[in-house]
Design a protein around this ligand. Sequence first.
Ligand code: ZN
Length: 319
Amino acid sequence: MINSKRTELLARAMLIEELLRQEQSLNHILEESIERVHEVMELIFQNKGLDNLEEQFLQYILQFDDELAKELNTFFVQAIEKGLQAGTLQYLLITIAVLNKNRIPIKPFLVTQQRANERAVNAVVNRKIKGLNLSERIWMTSKKINQALSKIAIEGIQEGKHPVEVAKRMQRYVKAGKKTMVVEYPNMMERIGDMLPENLSYEALRLARTEMADAYGQAEKRTAEEAPFSKGIRWRLSNAGVACKVCIANAERVTDLGIGVYRAEELPDYPAHPNCLCDLQQVVEDIVQYARRVKEWTLNPKSQPDIELWFKTVYSAGR
Ligand SMILES: [Zn+2]
């Protein structure tokens, strides 16, 4: 029989793997952006069209906003989908194992979960934060990235630097952020520093992480409400070492369910803050016992009202 401890670890591993993938994927997206700006610089450099440099640039950059927004959209949707996958993993693994053990077809259950995840993606995509929905937030991000890179490009060309040299500056800025640039390129930063965000990739990563964590938290709550074997959700501190006061309080609060364990509707706001890497775990009934209860339910549905309710409202909806 499946081991419930292991299912907890799998969800956490999935989230951490996704965080690493996000970093790589975003680096790649930013490199592509630099490459596009670099190409514009080369064009302008070859044509020696230094008049109206900013105007020329802005025309090109406008086209890039679309391209970058599209790439970022894929990036964000993947983050959201991974959050949902991790947040439903325990529910899926345990339910499938128990259904299999009792020779009950799993397909209707999988159909309901697929639909629930599609609804969840839509909810996250349409959610407004400070008045902006996801595509508007992405649009702002892509504009911010392209504008910062253009500022460096225009400044570099005006200084008479070769485009290859300027592209290196952009890479440096993207990798190391504004602080490093102030040390390495003090003159340039004196002129345009105020117009550059502190750290582009960090800001975009933080947004993606927040979306992922939000989707993950929603999924954990939904599945805790749905699963007959779920007894609550445990708030587990990030093992990154530095947890904030709010997260520590959430993880250590004593409730009637145990330390840091909540009913879905009583779970404190998750994520508690941007970059919150705490995770949520279902506290579950012993799985062997749950499998036995499901078997009893197959013989006498009324003997297991919670499973009967689940079967009628969740499982049957997928048939
Ligand atoms: Zn936290």
